[in-house]
Design a protein around this ligand. Sequence first.
Ligand SMILES: Cc1cc2nc3c(=O)[nH]c(=O)nc-3n(C[C@H](O)[C@H](O)[C@H](O)COP(=O)(O)OP(=O)(O)OC[C@H]3O[C@@H](n4cnc5c(N)ncnc54)[C@H](O)[C@@H]3O)c2cc1C
Length: 456
Amino acid sequence: MPGMIASDKVEVLAQVDVLVIGAGSAGCCAAISSAQQGANTMIVDRYGFAGGTSTAVLDTFYGFFTPGETPRKVVGGIPDQVVDALAKHDAMFLRPNTYGAGTGVTYNPDVLKWVWDRLLISNGVKLLLHTLLIDVEMDTAGRIIGVVVATRQGLRRIKAKRFIDASGDAELCHLAQILCEKAGEIDPAQTLTTTFRMVNVDFEKFNAAGGKQMLSQKMAAVDLEKHPLPRRKGSFHAMPIPGCAATVAVRVADVDPMDSEQLTDAEVQGRQQAFVFEKFVRECVPGYEKACIGGLSVHIGVRESRRVYGEYRLTRDDCMTARTFEDTVLVCGAPIEDHRQGKDGQDETAWAYVPDGQVYHVPYRTLIAKDRDELWVVGRCFSATHDAHASCRSMGQTMSMGQAAGMAAAMSLDQACGARDVSVTGLQDQLRTLGAVLQMPDKPADISANGWGANR
Ligand SMILES: Cc1cc2nc3c(=O)[nH]c(=O)nc-3n(C[C@H](O)[C@H](O)[C@H](O)COP(=O)(O)OP(=O)(O)OC[C@H]3O[C@@H](n4cnc5c(N)ncnc54)[C@H](O)[C@@H]3O)c2cc1C
């Protein structure tokens, strides 16, 4: 029930123009964008650092570049400012790839935590960490007018004129009883992954022994009695930290991430799998003999949980036909990458590509919760079907959603209108001025490892 806790007895901590719930890649870009437009903006997160999945779990932004023989850079604006700051600190490189999810921007996630801090604070965003959203306050017309958060000082209320749900799990929408699709409700939910970093890897030896291809062969031929790998695939890739490899290999299936007991089991299973992989690479893979796990993800990575039903739902057909929309606020060329468990328990990731060399448009309406004027939804919980989400979930796109919604929220205050009545052409003009990409560029991108600067 919304308002179970919200009451006049709870002290008001702050009153702001725009409140962003969740400081993941989408939320941070939303807050920065809103503040850049002059709105008094606050962002809250339950953790002690910003970045969400980008810093707690991962190390590579996908979605900046289209896959294929002549990649194009299709993300810009605030996401570029993020990568520029990483580049300035020598904490990123491009990881060229023709297919897969395309070329990645691989970074040091701890430097990224600091980059998020600085970008938020220097743009005037009020950052409040260790703050958990637990309730919503609504007026008699059903409009959200505030939230209740659990802070270090106890329960507090935060009042705002506009709200952006960037919680990944659509927590604010769920509390406000706004309709969401739960992962697994219609299509099988994507699997979960605990990532881990191996330190003291001898990459020279690894590459001399055949590198990535050799690793795939070793995995395919593994003695499962000795090394019960949960799957015989996975990415072990170098990071901008000497001797350090990041992995996306663990796979935990059939979990409801909104159920604490199931999520606890998944965390335990994920860690256990990580150490099975560690033993395997140390014993079987040249270059990893003296390596060990030097860090596990802060928590298991959840690919999908809840997605809101918005003013428009992006569909598989939209992605696969490279559909265009008049109210586009970002574009995407990433394939559908649906991590599933196969029949024999083995990996069965399903890939489907956007027509070669093309992108689809993502309409502004996918970022507005249905029939709401005060609420935008960005990132992992935006309005899309399972398949469309499996394409449009890369961080190049979640950051682009954030910058569009943050800008729209601030504009709605300037224009004294609701989310649905913001001038879309005005929004698109402002986004282009910021550097956002709203259509396929003509110029091919430079995807060489040090090519970032050439694309700016
Ligand atoms: C295992 C895995 C591998 C992936 N691989 C890649 C990859 O290599 N490259 C890529 O580009 N994309 C990848 N993705 C997808 C991408 O990482 C996500 O779609 C994206 O990071 C989601 O960003 P977000 O900001 O929407 O959500 P999140 O990053 O999940 O951020 C949500 C934030 O909200 C906060 N929050 C949640 N609830 C509350 C609450 N009640 N109160 C306060 N704060 C709250 C959380 O703490 C978190 O910081 C992967 C995803 C997973 C899970």
